[in-house]
Ligand binder design. Structure first.
Ligand SMILES: Nc1ncnc2c1ncn2[C@@H]1O[C@H](COP(=O)(O)OP(=O)(O)OP(=O)(O)O)[C@@H](O)[C@H]1O
Ligand SMILES: CC(C)(CO)[C@@H](O)C(=O)[O-]
Ligand code: BAL
Length: 286
């Protein structure tokens, strides 16, 4: 019989439910999100259901990972809609704590992963990955999942979480999941709702530039010249304002002199359209 989904807002209550599930020998999967769900999030739930009998989705807009001038206050939120979508995707528990439940006192502990947190979004959003690592470790402590599911759209986030799990021997298996895209190639993202019609149209250049680069890198082209060509392609759209375009070895995120056969290269970008900052990437094996 299909179990009905439950929304849980306290750590204590969630722990109680999961203790019972674990006692029955069920595997627990965690899908961490910030809500305002779309097909990208639901693909993580689908994957989780393949591995686990119990799927927990967290919905929490984590203030620790937003800079002072970022969009924490205006981040899109719609819990009613999210609950309906999560239920029809087959989530068992939505964990949606308040900020006060997660952080009842000023947080004095910071989880900081050096190296992989530093380039790309780490450079543009100082402190962001400390906030991510801290909340993800806290969610792991609360849920104690067997598996946790993360989208490759945030490829650097996957690298940071995997490094943290290895370094701290966290007993969880991380499953990275492929990027889900709209028909024109734009990666699904909660922040796409901020885009005007014209910005949304021009945003299709991001995946076009990634596809172009993917082909060139796979056939051994020089990485700096691929980067230059991507920048020219993106800048042809008048509303696109580049934050970064980088090609780095994955998952250590170091700059390869010349990639060797078999190396994985992350081609990553962050581009602003008006006030909206979009990220996207592809990973190519040379
Ligand atoms: N298009 C997508 N395909 C696959 N996974 C995705 C996609 N978009 C988000 N995810 C994953 O869902 C999880 C939760 O992400 P989050 O709630 O921040 O969504 P988001 O759409 O990326 O939001 P944002 O607009 O903040 O970037 C992350 O692991 C993220 O990588
Ligand atoms: C993993 C995460 C839920 C932590 O707040 C967030 O960074 C996200 O949505 O990718
Ligand atoms: N998925 C990324 C979360 C953030 O932008 O803060």
């Amino acid at each position: 019989m299909m179990q009905t989904m439950q929304q849980v807002v306290t750590i204590a209550e969630l722990r109680q439910h999961l203790k019972e599930a674990r006692r029955q020998g069920k595997r627990v999967g965690l899908v961490p999100t910030m809500g305002y769900l779309h097909e990208g999030h639901l693909s993580l739930v689908n994957e989780a259901k393949k591995h686990c009998e119990i799927v927990v989705m967290s919905i929490f807009v984590n203030p620790l990972q937003f800079g002072p001038n970022e969009d924490f206050d205006r981040y899109p939120r719609d819990m009613e809609r999210d609950l309906k979508m999560a239920a029809s995707a087959g989530v068992d528990f939505v964990f949606s704590p308040s900020v006060g439940e997660m952080y009842p006192q000023q947080v004095k502990t910071n989880v900081s992963v050096s190296g992989v947190s530093e380039p790309l979004c780490g450079r543009s959003r100082p402190g962001h990955f400390d906030g991510v690592a801290t909340v993800v470790l806290k969610l792991f402590q609360i849920v104690q999942p067997d598996y946790a599911f993360f989208g490759q759209k945030d490829a650097q986030q996957v690298a940071v979480v995997e490094q943290m799990v290895r370094d701290l021997s966290v007993p969880v298996t991380i499953i990275p999941c492929p990027i889900v895209r709209e028909a024109d190639g734009v990666a699904m993202s909660s922040r796409n709702v901020y885009l005007s019609a014209e910005e949304r149209k021009q945003a299709a250049v991001l995946y076009r530039s990634l596809q172009l680069a993917e082909k060139k890198v796979a056939s051994g082209a020089d990485l700096d010249s691929v980067r230059d060509e991507m920048i020219r392609t993106i800048e042809a759209e008048p509303l696109a304002d580049i934050d970064y375009v980088e090609l780095l070895r994955y998952p250590d995120l170091t700059k390869p002199e010349a990639p060797e056969k078999g190396d994985r290269v992350l081609i990553a970008l962050a581009v602003r359209f008006g006030k909206t900052r979009l990220i996207d990437n592809v990973i190519v094996t040379v």
